[in-house]
Design a protein around this ligand. Structure first.
Ligand SMILES: NC(=O)c1ccc[n+]([C@@H]2O[C@H](COP(=O)([O-])OP(=O)(O)OC[C@H]3O[C@@H](n4cnc5c(N)ncnc54)[C@H](OP(=O)(O)O)[C@@H]3O)[C@@H](O)[C@H]2O)c1
Length: 293
């Protein structure tokens, strides 16, 4: 039995459709967990076993994971409470162990150790919890950033004509979210055992200026990239109404990029899926309308 947590999220939904359609895993062998099973009525109708699981509710977690052999632990989105994901993910690892799961696959990030990214300690601690667990095996999927993250910053930059950044010449080897879902489904559906780490990048790494040029050409609007100090970036976000704690988290992505920590292009995506990465330019061609609102 294959279990996917966070199954109602963007990544979780894509993983489940990959398990069903690409890997031809029967719906009856898939367990999809979510905090709100109503959201997965469509999957339940297809015969997927839908169960409630909330990493904040340890009383029910072991029961929710019972019967699963391989479990994909999708990191939660609680980024507005720095450090809280450590509690949530540690609860999930402990429950997987108690429920008799054999192998856990976890969605981590590139270079999580000693990182300037304020979210990195969550991943570093989860990886440590897995390493210290009694699970027979685990796979770390150190996912690079999604192309889709550009939907947060770029519509505003396109409208105003200016993209403020503190990333300098740091490069990002980002990837289509769909590719990362394919990799997660492949890791889950495989019978690979032991302890593995895959750093899942896209096919190319680009600076903010290079990304801006490609997006600008695709949408037909000028985007000037303006480098600012990190504190200036934070003040800008706070000034437009963002709570400072979140603004600092977002700004630390740029510090992390500037430090060259998300620049490595690896061949791990192909190793895991036997597929080539979706090129940024073709993803952009399919998604440019979404940037224009
Ligand atoms: N690599 C990147 O660029 C990138 C970008 C954004 C996010 N991420 C990370 O990757 C994860 C998956 O991405 P996504 O695009 O699918 O994000 P998403 O659509 O926001 O999904 C977030 C998921 O977190 C789950 N979740 C939240 N609180 C939970 C809890 N208390 N217990 C169990 N599950 C909980 C939700 O599950 P239910 O609602 O089904 O309970 C949901 O599936 C995110 O949560 C985040 O950690 C990575």
């Amino acid at each position: 039995m294959y279990l996917v947590t966070g199954a109602s999220g963007h990544l979780g939904q894509l993983v489940i459709s990959n398990l069903l359609e690409t890997h031809k895993i029967p719906a009856s062998k898939i367990i999809a967990t979510t905090r709100d099973p109503k959201k997965l009525a469509g999957l339940a109708a297809k015969g997927v076993n839908v169960r409630a699981a909330d990493f904040d509710d340890t009383a029910n977690l072991v029961e929710a994971f019972k019967g699963a052999t391989r479990l994909l632990l999708i990191s939660t989105d609680a980024i507005d409470r720095p450090g809280h994901r450590i509690v949530q993910h540690t609860n999930a690892v402990a429950a997987a162990e108690k429920a008799g799961v054999t192998h856990v696959i976890y969605t981590s990030m590139p270079n999580p150790d000693n990182s300037p990214l304020l979210l990195a300690p969550d991943h570093e601690a989860t990886e440590k919890a897995l390493a210290e667990s009694k699970l027979k095996g685990w796979t770390l999927l150190r996912n690079h950033w999604y192309f889709e993250n550009l939907f947060y910053s770029l519509p505003h930059a396109i409208k105003s004509g200016t993209w403020y950044t503190a990333a300098g010449d740091g490069k990002i080897a980002h990837s289509a979210r769909e590719d990362l879902a394919k990799a997660a489904a492949a890791a889950l559906a495989s019978n690979e055992s032991g302890k593995k780490i895959y750093t899942l990048s896209g096919a190319e790494a680009r600076t903010t200026a290079e990304i801006a040029k490609l997006v600008s050409d695709a949408v037909g609007k000028p985007i000037a990239v303006v480098q600012v100090p990190v504190d200036g970036l934070v003040q800008g976000m706070v000034g437009s109404g963002m709570p400072e704690v979140i603004a600092r988290v977002f700004a630390s992505f740029d510090t992390n990029t500037a430090a060259g920590r998300v620049a490595d292009v690896t061949g791990d995506y192909k190793k895991l899926t036997s597929n080539d990465n979706t090129p940024f330019t073709s993803w952009l061609a399919n998604n440019k309308q979404a940037f224009l609102g």
